[in-house]
Write a protein that binds this ligand. Structure first.
Ligand code: CU
Length: 149
């Protein structure tokens, strides 16, 4: 009789503990990663007069081919701004990248960031309307475009 009571109370404790664990783990959803603008505001690149225009991210893993299939080597791969506005590129990858005008087969000398370290940013102001193609000198499949209206 005593054994039965002990056994059933042990089962009861096991059930209570496992329920508590189940409920507590359901509250432990990982927090979403903080927004990336922390990185370049820390570098002091974003000044109030540079806030118009837009940001382009070089995301992780674009140093290997494949990102071009979904147009995600630079995000966004095409950015449209008004003349006088700026674009800031941020390298969120762990590899070097560049923002270089033209195409890999046909580079131009309008602009070139040089090799950007991880989390480096590069800001350009576009005063003239036009379509500006650019690429990464290290990864020929990385292509993007700035359209200035
Ligand atoms: Cu690259």
């Amino acid at each position: 009789m005593i054994k039965k009571i002990v056994a059933s109370s042990i089962i009861g404790i096991v059930i209570v503990v496992s329920l508590a664990v189940a409920f507590s783990t359901s509250d432990m959803e990982p927090e979403p990663a903080p927004e990336s603008n922390l990185t370049y505001s820390m570098q002091g690149v974003l000044q109030p007069d540079v806030m118009t225009g837009g940001d382009v991210i070089m995301p992780t893993k674009v140093s290997r081919p494949g990102c071009e299939e979904t147009d995600r080597c630079y995000i966004p791969s095409v950015i449209t701004i008004s003349s006088g506005e700026s674009v800031t590129w941020v390298n969120e990858d762990s590899a070097f990248h560049s923002v270089t005008s033209g195409f890999y087969d046909e580079p131009q000398t309008l602009f070139d960031s040089g090799h950007m370290d991880p989390f480096d940013s590069y800001t350009l102001t576009f005063d003239e309307a036009g379509t500006f193609d650019y690429f990464c000198t290290l990864h020929p499949w990385m292509e993007g475009q700035v359209i200035v209206e």
